[in-house]
Design a protein around this ligand. Structure first.
Ligand SMILES: [Zn+2]
Length: 267
C-alpha cells in the first residue's frame, strides 16, 4: 500500500477496526475463485451507527444475510480461494462503481441513511480508499498471480437476495447473474434447472450491467475470465442448516461444472 492510501485509510479505519478483506483457502486448488462483496455488516467505529436503529443492520440493506456461511462452507468444500469484504454495503457498496448514487447510498429500499448525508468529497474518498480499494486491489492481485502462473480461474461472485422487495414476493430460489460470458452461465443454468425442486432465475432477480455492478465487469469480463454471479434467496439460508444445504448443493454442481469445462478443454 502506498503512503497516500495508508494515510487515507487511517482516516476511517483505526486500530480496533478489522481489515476489510477476509480470505480463506488462498492456496486452494480449485479453478473457482469466490468473491463475496456483501459478506459483512461491520461499521467503522468512527461512523457509529450511521444514524440507523440496530434492527436495520439485520436487514438486507446492510449486507447479504446468509451468504457468509454459504461462502465459507463452499470455499472449504471446493478447496477454493474466497475473497470477501467485511464492511456493510451501507458504508460503501463494493459492487457499485465508485461515484454511482448507490455506491454510498442516501436511501436503501425505503430507509434513509442519515450517516451518509452531506458527505464531503474527502469523506467519500476515505471510504473508498479504506474499504473498496483494498478489496478490489486484492482480487486484482490474486487474478494477476493466477494468470501469471497459468492457474485456471473462473470467477464466481456470491450474493443473496431478499424474498420480498418493495412488497413484491420473489419466486426464485436461486438466480444466475451475468452479462457477457457465454460459457459458464449456460452450464450453471442447465445444472441448476436439473434440480427438480428449484425455481431458477436467469438473470433474475438482477442482471449484471456496467452501470450497476463492479465485480463481474471489472474482474471477470475485463480480465477475460469465465464468470457468473449467484444470488440465493435469503429465507433459504437463514440458519446454519440452510447455509450448509446450499453450500453442499453448490459444491456438487460446481464439481460437475469443473468436470465439464475440463472435458471441453476450456482450461
Ligand atoms: Zn449482494
Amino acid at each position: 500500500m502506498d503512503l497516500e492510501n495508508a494515510g487515507a485509510t487511517s482516516l476511517l479505519l483505526e486500530g480496533e477496526d478489522v481489515p476489510p478483506v477476509l480470505e480463506d483457502n488462498a492456496e486452494g486448488s480449485s479453478p473457482f475463485l469466490l468473491t463475496c462483496d456483501h459478506y459483512g455488516r461491520t461499521i467503522p467505529r468512527i461512523l457509529g451507527d450511521l444514524g440507523l436503529p440496530a434492527n436495520e443492520f439485520t436487514r438486507h440493506i446492510a449486507w447479504d444475510p446468509g451468504i457468509a456461511g454459504v461462502a465459507d462452507a463452499l470455499s472449504k468444500h471446493l478447496d477454493a480461494h474466497l475473497i470477501a469484504q467485511r464492511y456493510s454495503r451501507l458504508v460503501i457498496d463494493c459492487n457499485r462503481p465508485p461515484g454511482a448514487a448507490s455506491s454510498i447510498p442516501l436511501i436503501s429500499e425505503a430507509t434513509t441513511i442519515r450517516g451518509n448525508e452531506g458527505l464531503t468529497r474527502e469523506e467519500a474518498k476515505a471510504r473508498r480508499q479504506a474499504i473498496f480499494d483494498p478489496y478490489h486491489r486484492r482480487i486484482h492481485e490474486v487474478i494477476d498471480r493466477r494468470l501469471r502462473e497459468s492457474i485456471p480461474t473462473v470467477l464466481v461472485s456470491l450474493h443473496s437476495f431478499t424474498p420480498v422487495y418493495a412488497g413484491i414476493p420473489r419466486p426464485w430460489h436461486i438466480g444466475t447473474l451475468y452479462h457477457r460470458d457465454t460459457r459458464l452461465p449456460p452450464l450453471l443454468l442447465k445444472l441448476l434447472r436439473a434440480e427438480s425442486d428449484l425455481v431458477v432465475g436467469d438473470n433474475e432477480p438482477y442482471a449484471v450491467s456496467d452501470e450497476t455492478d463492479h465485480t463481474i465487469p471489472v474482474h471477470g469480463e475485463a480480465r477475460g475470465l469465465m464468470n457468473s454471479g449467484i444470488e440465493i434467496r435469503q429465507d433459504l439460508i437463514a440458519d446454519q442448516a440452510g447455509e450448509k444445504l446450499w453450500a453442499d448443493r453448490l459444491a456438487r454442481i460446481f464439481a460437475e461444472i469443473e468436470t465439464m469445462l475440463r472435458a471441453e478443454r476450456l482450461f
